[in-house]
Design a protein around this ligand. Structure first.
Ligand SMILES: [Zn+2]
Length: 398
């Protein structure tokens, strides 16, 4: 295999059916490529109660600083309806300039381009006076329990330290060069339950309907807005995703009403300060409801899910500039520096070193006929190669 060719490196990865949590040969294929480039590979399997065992790979080239990490995942989401694919989902077939396959953009493509970029740079300029690591999990699309978070701790416990990291997830909405992610919003989920007393709708004085109380409390969660956003982040947003009594009858007053919600929040909040704000809103709304309706106090509980993720913003100017300039030089476009979208494994990496994210165009990820333009593979390889040269160059490592 010619490692400098991202079409070859990606085809080899796509042909491994690594549907989460299966390794599917993908980490073995990747480790083989990295060995050829001189990396030392550390394969490690993590387990946890109630989750599948997952294989991971930490590979390092070089022994001194500066030390750059590239992070990603080789697991992919299921193929969905096999009949609906126009090409085999693990075939890596190229049709009309696009390579088809599950993981083509999310995110075997990003990994393949990084490997090829490194191979090209080494062929052209030799090894940098520094280190490059790949931190690759098989548990990004699964529960994310036996993946990046544990692999970081595992490597750090062995003395690994990083100066900066790039995550190769697809970050561009439409075209390569659209967007670099320099931070992410946090995520917090919760459940609000209002208790009532079940009864006959014709005898409401004998029952206690939880629905009006829920209406008052749920309204207080979404109004007023949490904030207006700021220069780097969109406004925080609370979405109520379900309000349910489980009641199928029209002549029964239900015993309880439950609402579920999720908040994507910016850096004006922490998960803790947000919980405090929501608890205060509920308390005020419950008190106002009593004085307005002269009903008994609304009996409610609010519970927040474990493991919320905090928002973060990366301030490492040399890292952001090296990547942004590489994108501009290769594509002629100025990437937006964004904090939009869902959470990613960058939320774990930010606890160890500054992290930015840049990869392919995300349009077809998780869809039937996931595919990537071959020209985008070449361009992303060029961007990563320029970035590596710039970043190590700035640190005096070339
Ligand atoms: Zn992904």
């Amino acid at each position: 295999m010619n490692l400098t060719d991202p079409i070859q490196t990606l085809a080899a990865l796509i042909r491994c059916p690594s549907v989460t949590p299966e390794e599917g040969g993908a980490l073995t294929a990747l480790a083989g490529m990295l060995s050829e480039l001189g990396f030392a590979n550390d394969r490690v399997t993590f387990s946890d109660e109630g989750t599948p065992d997952v294989e991971n790979l930490y590979a390092r080239l070089g022994s001194e600083g500066p030390h750059l990490m590239f992070a990603g995942h080789t697991d992919v989401v299921p193929i969905g309806d096999a009949e609906a694919w126009t090409q085999g989902p693990f075939s890596a077939e190229i049709v009309d300039g696009e390579m088809y396959g599950r993981g083509a953009v999310d995110m075997k493509g990003g990994i393949a381009c990084f490997v090829s970029a490194l191979a090209r740079l080494i062929a052209r300029k030799g090894l940098p006076k520094g280190s490059v690591s790949l931190l690759i999990t098989g548990d990004e699309e699964g529960p994310s329990i036996n993946g990046t978070e544990k692999l970081l701790a595992h490597a750090a416990a062995k003395g690994e330290r990083w100066d900066a990291a790039v995550v190769g997830e697809p970050t561009n909405p439409d075209q390569l060069g659209d967007m670099i992610k320099i931070g992410r919003r946090g995520s917090l989920s919760g459940t609000l339950t209002v208790e009532g007393v079940q009864g006959h709708v014709a005898y409401p004085h004998l029952a206690d309907n939880p629905v009006p109380g829920m209406m008052a409390l749920a309204s207080a969660l979404i109004d007023p807005p949490l904030d207006a956003g700021n220069e780097r982040f969109p406004p925080s947003n609370l979405e109520i995703t379900s309000i349910d009594t489980g009641n199928t009858a029209t002549n029964v007053i239900p015993a309880r009403c439950t609402a579920k919600f999720n908040i994507r929040f910016n850096d004006q909040w922490t998960a803790e300060s947000l919980k405090a704000e929501l608890r205060a809103r509920l308390e005020r709304a419950a008190a106002a409801d009593v004085s307005r309706t002269r009903r008994d106090a609304v009996r409610y509980t609010v519970n927040f899910a474990d493991r919320p993720s905090e928002s973060f913003l990366t301030h490492d100017a040399p890292l952001i500039e090296a990547l942004s300039n590489a994108v501009s030089e290769a594509t002629g476009r100025t990437p937006a520096l964004s904090t939009t979208g869902g959470t990613s494994d960058a939320r774990f990496i930010k606890d160890y070193c500054p992290v930015v994210e840049f990869g392919l165009v995300g349009k077809t990820m998780h869809m039937v006929d996931e595919r990537v333009a071959v020209s985008d593979l070449q361009d992303l390889t060029g961007i990563y190669e320029l970035f590596l040269e710039r970043w190590f160059g700035k640190a005096g490592a070339y």
